[in-house]
Design a protein. Structure first.
Length: 574
């Protein structure tokens, strides 16, 4: 059969597979979610039928399948550079990061169909980029039981990825190929708004959908203020017109939320915290797990439409705020590494809950929590949505990282960080960190044994750099990202995620009986070392009685001690 005829039949087959463009969700009356294969086939059919839809490969994943992205542009042109020149707002929508929470997957299938068919209007100054299914490994691992507290759909994917990772903890460590692909897409598109669709666990309440926004103090600047004071209230008001009374994500899992709660803290490991490093407003819609699947998908669909409409109406204000922050970024030298809630400030919000109580458990015979849906209530509760800095740092003119630390260097490259390689060996006076103290968790967290409460000693030293070492200038858009990943005391720094653990172990040592003679000669020649030892002996009686400890002390303060041990291999050029 001629190739041309085969091509025509293929297009007809795809079009027929989406006959009437009804999704599996709609065909099931709102009870089922599409399989991964159905999602991809559906979008291929849309792209074949409508010139305003384009499907593309965003990169690889840890599965056999590539990461797909679907674009919508009202003019049928998909040049992302042109979008920026045209002043379009780019919304990047991510679905299926937790495939057991598939609401966004089904909602976006209907959303793009309705936009392409003309049923709904996407403003001409808005371009959409939709990830149909992000966690493909989890999506194809379907079951009906892993979301024990969730009301539908009948079958769904699993939270863990092909590596059994929670991908919404992977935006700094980038262990999964799909996260690397998404981060590179994020940097190429540079979206003004990022949306990551989820389903919430936790307390029972009346609200169908809640909203987690990037913590506004952490987003900082004009963008953080605009999001908190203008854009988010507009979203809430628009959703209320549609019959959805929203509240912020109910971040309370240890007690009932009828006394208020603290806003979710989103460090850069999370998608919203990562987006904040690039002056992007990020939102995680969280539909309520106990509402019917039909209700949840419809609420997600309505919320996506609100975001799109309001982005178009407020495009100039969104872009102006972002431009101000990026103009300030070049001048900014002091950055916050860590935050805590300001419990003296809060916002009163209307919360629609159910009265909670306790009754005898049929399982254990003990008292158990329950929510009485016959006793709904509405009352104002405090929402603690202000955070203050607990740790700040002044940025250097440049960071310098030794070659060989390829896991870190690769991650900088995936984030489009500009770097230069030294062309000759040289010796430079640099600021050096030595790791003084740190704590390590006893159980693995997402494939890592994280370091916490890191303390460092800071000094100025002459460091020999080699041809091929990397200089990372700070006059670039990734300035904030660099500070939050390369400063070793930052909570989501590469050091915290174990990428530099090799420096925490000595590679050479000494035999006591041999080094005794060497130590004697060192003390005879070096008055400074002799005084250091004497002072330590006077201050520490246990040390004064411990010959082995004294010998090690001399070794550690002598030229024989290896300089790489506990010396952080990222230096600062001030």
């Amino acid at each position: 059969m001629p190739q041309k005829i085969l091509s025509i039949l293929f297009v007809l087959l795809i079009s027929y597979s989406a006959k009437g463009q009804l999704t599996p969700f709609e065909q099931s009356g709102g009870k089922e979610t599409a399989t991964y294969e159905q999602v991809i086939a559906y979008y291929k059919a849309l792209a074949a039928k409508y010139p305003t839809v384009q499907m593309d490969t965003a990169g690889s994943t840890d599965t056999y399948y590539p990461l797909q992205v679907v674009y919508y542009s009202s003019d049928g042109r998909f040049d992302r550079t042109r979008w920026k020149k045209q002043g379009k707002i780019i919304l990047l929508i991510n679905n299926g990061i937790h495939p057991g929470e598939p609401d966004g997957m089904d909602a976006c299938m209907m959303l793009l169909r309705d936009a392409a068919s003309g049923k709904i209007k996407v403003p001409d100054n808005v371009a959409l980029a939709v990830i149909p299914v992000f966690n493909i490994g989890g999506a194809v691992n379907r079951n009906s039981y892993s979301r024990a507290n969730q009301n539908g759909p009948e079958a769904y994917g699993f939270r863990g990825s092909a590596q059994n990772l929670d991908l919404n903890r992977d935006f700094i460590k980038l262990d999964a190929k799909e996260t690397r692909s998404l981060v590179q897409l994020f940097r190429r598109l540079d979206p003004e708004i990022f949306i990551d669709n989820h389903v919430s666990d936790g307390a029972d309440y009346q609200h169908v959908v809640t909203l987690l926004a990037t913590q506004h103090n952490k987003l900082c600047g004009a963008t953080g203020k605009y999001m908190d004071k203008t854009f988010v209230p507009l979203v809430y008001a628009d959703m209320k017109k549609k019959g959805y009374d929203m509240v912020p994500y109910v971040n309370d899992f240890s007690s009932t939320p009828d006394h208020g709660w603290t806003e979710f803290y989103d460090p850069p490991r999370f998608s919203s915290g990562y987006a904040a490093q690039w002056q992007t407003m990020a939102f995680l819609p969280e539909t309520h797990m106990l509402k019917s699947y039909k209700q949840r998908v419809e609420a997600t669909y309505a919320l996506m439409r609100s975001f799109i409409k309001l982005a178009g109406q407020n495009a100039d204000a969104i872009q102006d705020a972002r431009m101000k922050d990026r103009d300030m970024l070049w001048k900014k030298n002091i950055f916050t590494l860590n935050w805590k809630p300001d419990t003296s400030k809060y916002t009163m919000i209307p919360f629609e809950g159910y009265t909670a109580g306790y009754k005898k458990s049929n399982v254990s015979g003990q008292q158990r929590l329950y929510y009485d849906r016959e006793k709904p209530f509405t009352k104002n509760v405090p929402f603690y949505n202000y955070f203050v800095a607990t740790q700040k740092v002044t940025a250097p003119k440049a960071y310098i990282i030794k070659q060989g630390w390829n896991d870190v260097i690769d991650r900088l490259k995936w984030n489009d960080i500009a770097m230069q390689r030294l062309e000759h060996d040289t010796t430079v006076e640099l600021t050096v960190y030595h790791i003084d103290k740190y704590e390590t968790v006893s159980q693995p967290y997402e494939k890592h044994y994280q370091h916490r409460n890191v303390q460092v000693q800071k000094s100025t030293e002459k460091i020999k750099l080699l041809k091929g070492d990397y200089i990372i200038p700070m006059d670039q858009l990734g300035k904030r990202y660099l500070v939050e990943t390369l400063e070793p005391t930052a909570p989501d720094a590469f050091f915290a995620w174990n990428f530099f653990d090799a420096i925490l172990q000595e590679k050479e040592y000494f035999s006591d009986y041999v080094f005794e003679e060497t130590a004697t000669r060192l003390l005879q020649k070096d008055a400074r070392l002799r005084k250091l030892l004497e002072d330590k002996q006077k201050a520490d009686t246990a040390f004064a009685k411990d010959g082995a400890a004294q010998l090690e002390f001399i070794y550690k303060h002598s030229p024989y001690a290896e300089p790489e041990y506990m010396r952080y291999p990222v230096f600062r050029l001030e």
